[in-house]
Design a protein around this ligand. Structure first.
Ligand SMILES: Cc1cc2nc3c(=O)[nH]c(=O)nc-3n(C[C@H](O)[C@H](O)[C@H](O)COP(=O)(O)OP(=O)(O)OC[C@H]3O[C@@H](n4cnc5c(N)ncnc54)[C@H](O)[C@@H]3O)c2cc1C
Length: 489
């Protein structure tokens, strides 16, 4: 007893106790998993769950002959088919009322890796995680992918996703060859110079032009990068970025804009991944790191007001601490994602993305400042995060969001689920979209459709051609989803 008493007054003992206590608390911060997807009762949903719908059946894709049979039968019987990958799209892109859903998650084999040619042939339902696991031992890496590796290859190409690489252009441009199950049930090999232009419509085609069975992707080396971070004012960003493009030592880059009241849209920080000239053939892929801590910090920011200022300052400390670290390309392309999960009942977190021409960025941000409240603590519509990526001009896809070199602003928004709260969010996002259009911008289509059809038409002037090609290649309108129903039909 005496020994315990003596111990309890020693500073190192008290310090250790506090340390253990803090670790236990942090470790027990729950990382909930949002429930969504094809198995939620009879209703299909996607990542947000905002558009529940009854479907006829869900088919787990196992082999191409079976998929072909389903498509041919649907053409005969007047059925509708939708295609689902990991369902991270948020506007009902993966299902349709009373339709058949092809669940592609089981169609996920890596078919071939050519080390000499630096290519991989992989099935459409495989995730980037599957691809990274297969190519890392060869010292190879993807040319273009999203910041996280949780998405499917087919789903990512069908939205023509973009990432943090500022040198390789669009994701579509990295595909050498594709095997497509067409809407009338043919299995076709399609290359880039295919005269029928299948890639133009399938990539960024939201599952409306058939099923991507497999693709052959161009790869690059698993380079080692040095991380460079810096704090900037918003009006310094354009010239900072143009300088990066002019000098060839940066491979990946993204930035974040403050949404905290004290520095609202004034401050930014940038993260660059600079070439070291070295490549990595040994390091393994990293898992999710520090998610409890990141979740705690994000939850703090979610409180808004003073706490959002604290969150922003914490982020700056963090990015300062990683300045000068090294990381492999594959690891830079698999950021953590579980800490973002949000499961508060009666509320939802959604993504939106606006694109503006690089040289309009500063004026655009100044105008957005007039549109939003810098302190949303007491408001229903809350903006938690804005990251900025570079998206090079894309001439390859029909529904293309980058008609010139653009910055994409990815925005994490929270709002309530009552009718008037959704209507309020819709009004703000529509105003934001109109402002973006005034600056020669566009918005991204995999997310929830707050926008009007007129805004869609202005953003995607080629949509009529897209519609015409859809009807020509899919005369029985077999491939359908809620996105098609709302925007294109
Ligand atoms: C947290 C988060 C971060 C994100 N970050 C980025 C980012 O950095 N950059 C970016 O560009 N996007 C980003 N996105 C959007 C993301 O790229 C898309 O939601 C993408 O579609 C996700 O892939 P998925 O496997 O979930 O596709 P799904 O949502 O399942 O499907 C998307 C579309 O592809 C179609 N489809 C799926 N598989 C096939 C197939 N085999 N053949 C034909 N069509 C198919 C579907 O019908 C649907 O229309 C992000 C989304 C989230 C939720």
């Amino acid at each position: 007893m005496q020994a315990i008493k003596e111990l309890s007054i020693k500073p190192w003992f008290l310090g250790s106790l506090v340390f253990v206590f803090v670790v236990v608390i942090l470790w027990n911060i729950p990382i909930e998993k949002r429930k969504y997807g094809l198995s939620q009762g009879n209703l299909a949903t996607d990542y947000t769950g905002l558009l529940p719908e009854r479907v006829e059946r869900v088919v787990k894709a196992e082999n191409r002959m079976e998929l072909q049979k389903i498509v041919k039968q649907a053409n005969k019987n007047g059925q509708q088919i939708s295609v689902a990958g990991l369902q991270h799209s948020q506007g009902g892109h993966t299902y349709f009322k009373n339709g058949v859903v092809l669940d592609m998650r089981t169609f996920n084999e890596v078919l071939e890796i050519d080390k000499q040619e630096k290519t991989i042939r992989v099935e459409g339902g495989a995730t980037w995680e599957d691809v990274q696991e297969a190519i890392t031992p060869y010292g190879l890496a993807l040319k273009v992918t999203q910041s996280q590796s949780i998405f499917s290859v087919g789903g990512s190409l069908s939205v023509n996703a973009h990432g943090r690489d500022i040198r390789f252009g669009s994701m579509a441009s990295t595909v050498k060859e594709m095997t497509l199950l067409t809407p009338i049930g043919e299995i076709k090999k399609v290359t880039r110079d295919n005269s029928e232009e299948w890639m133009k419509y399938v990539f960024g085609g939201y599952g409306l032009f058939g099923v991507i069975l497999d693709v052959t992707l161009e790869l690059t080396e698993n380079d080692v990068y040095t991380i460079h971070t810096e704090e900037l004012k918003t009006d310094e960003y354009e010239s900072y970025f143009n300088n990066l493009l002019d000098h060839n030592n940066t491979a990946l880059h993204y930035a974040r804009v403050s949404v905290a009241p004290n520095t609202f849209l004034d401050e930014m920080y940038v993260i660059d991944y600079n070439y070291t000239g070295k490549q990595d053939h040994k390091s393994s892929l990293k898992g999710e790191q520090g998610v409890h801590l990141s979740k705690l910090a994000l939850d703090l920011g979610r409180q808004g007001g003073f706490f959002e200022d604290v969150f922003w300052e914490t982020q700056k400390l963090y990015i300062d601490s990683i300045d000068g670290n090294t990381i492999t390309r594959n690891n830079a392309m698999r950021s953590e994602s579980t800490f973002m999960e949000f499961t508060k009942s009666g509320r939802i977190e959604v993504l939106q993305e606006f694109f503006v021409p690089v040289n309009s960025y500063e004026e655009y941000i100044n105008d957005v400042k007039q549109l939003l409240s810098p302190n949303d603590k007491n408001e229903d519509f809350k903006v938690h995060n804005i990251t900025v990526r570079y998206v090079a001009q894309d001439n390859l896809t029909s529904l293309n969001y980058a008609k010139e070199d653009m910055f994409g602003l990815v925005i994490l928004i929270q709002h309530g689920l009552k009718e008037k709260e959704i209507a309020n969010a819709q009004e703000i996002i529509q105003d934001w979209t109109s402002l973006t259009l005034e600056h020669g911008g566009t918005y991204y289509l995999p997310y929830y459709r707050y926008q009007t059809k007129e805004q869609f038409i202005k953003s995607y002037p080629e949509w009529k051609k897209f519609q015409k090609e859809k009807l020509r290649r899919d005369p029985n309108e077999v491939f359908q989803n809620l996105f098609y129903d709302y925007y294109i039909k």
